[in-house]
Design a protein around this ligand. Sequence first.
Ligand code: CO
Length: 155
Amino acid sequence: MAKLTIVKEGDDTLRKVCRPVTEITPKILRLLDDMLETMHKANGVGLAAPQVGILRRIAIVETEPGTVYELINPEIIAVDGKQVGTEGCLSSPGEYGVVARPMTVTVRYTNRHGEEMTATGSELLARAFCHEIDHLDGVLFKDKASKMLKSEDVE
Ligand code: CO
């Protein structure tokens, strides 16, 4: 595995719409492994492929240590409720904003074995699913933040 470089806000890559994965190749599997390692080293709970310069619809989410979602071509297929909370992004270090998200989200995706899966998450997991899938469409949390916070205001 190899640690990848995380693209920072301001880079055009983060504003592009990513292309679907049509075939799960060894290269895609290596990308998933490298993204997980990169996310762990950065102490993140989510990472999307465009954040490492790859314009493909792939994201990793791990809000509970050890429970990793490797999302290939993820789509939100159901939402319920609402939560308003603080959000940040590995591409915007030290910056946080207040973002409204659904309380519960169901995602349909393909896993690394090519199987179609669904996953339902609430609270932080729902927030992470929404945040990472937004990245695949070039959307950043700041676009949706009702206000930005200074890092000293965030616990
Ligand atoms: Co992000």
